[in-house]
Design a protein around this ligand. Structure first.
Ligand code: UP5
Ligand code: MG
Length: 194
């Protein structure tokens, strides 16, 4: 069978990665794997060895060690019957990138990195709005958001730069309404015959 196709979806906290991934799933039939959602699911399992560790990392806006995240992603890919994946919110730092490159990277076909550009103010407003609406996320508060942003700038942006140097980054302006953002995303996917 052909190698599974993978698109990484990156962007600041609240840039709209999950929202846009859902639209891509509905229109182009990709499987959406959010690393954050997989970690939150793992944290919720009563028998998980990693529940407490994951909660601490998420609340502090720190990045969970790659062995945990990568194995959740790999399991989810293996369980799926489809072979095209949006990997949302990963890789976020050098440890994530090294872990992925030394285990999964050779077994997949990396199409590109979809990057949602959105200024901090808008992202914070969205996340706080989601928290106020009852998201239940322990990191949708100002204290965690500051930490999530610091991590994004110091650890994730260098990863985007790494993929930029490989010519793999496709940037989309994520400040407009979800449907307007998707109109741009849709063109990108149509261009690759997704
Ligand atoms: N919204 C969305 N689009 C909008 C638009 N265009 N206009 C107005 N509002 C818009 O959207 C966020 C909110 O904004 C929603 O209320 C939405 O309706 C609205 P969403 O689509 O959820 O944005 P997203 O970018 O997915 O935001 P999210 O909060 O999920 O981003 P993060 O990257 O912070 O969260 P993630 O779940 O990926 O990671 C959380 C934590 O998990 C990390 O901080 C880290 O601690 C840990 N983690 C790891 O350790 N390793 C990983 O590999 C991944 C995560
Ligand atoms: Mg998300």
């Amino acid at each position: 069978m052909a190698k599974p196709k993978v698109i990484f979806v990156l962007g600041a906290p609240g840039a709209g990665k999950g929202t846009q991934c859902q639209k891509i799933v509905d229109t182009f039939g990709y499987v959406h794997l959010s690393a954050g959602d997989l970690l939150r699911e793992e944290r919720a399992k009563p028998d998980s060895k990693y529940g407490e560790l994951i909660e601490n990392y998420i609340r502090e806006g720190k990045i969970v060690p790659v062995e945990i995240t990568c194995s959740l992603l790999e399991n989810a890919m293996q369980r799926s019957e489809k072979n095209k994946f949006l990997i949302d919110g990963f890789p976020r730092n050098q440890n994530n990138l090294d872990g992925w490159n030394s285990t999964v990277a050779n077994n997949v076909h990396q199409l590109f990195v979809l990057f949602f550009e959105c200024p901090k103010e808008a992202c914070v407003e969205r996340c706080l709005g989601r928290g106020a609406a009852g998201s239940g996320r322990s990191d949708d508060n100002m204290q965690s958001l500051e930490k999530r942003f610091n991590t994004f700038i110091t650890e994730t942006q260098p990863i985007v730069k790494y993929y930029d140097q490989k010519g793999l980054v496709r940037r989309v302006d994520a400040t407009k309404s979800p449907d307007e953002v998707f109109a741009e995303v849709k063109i990108l996917f149509e261009n690759i015959g997704a």
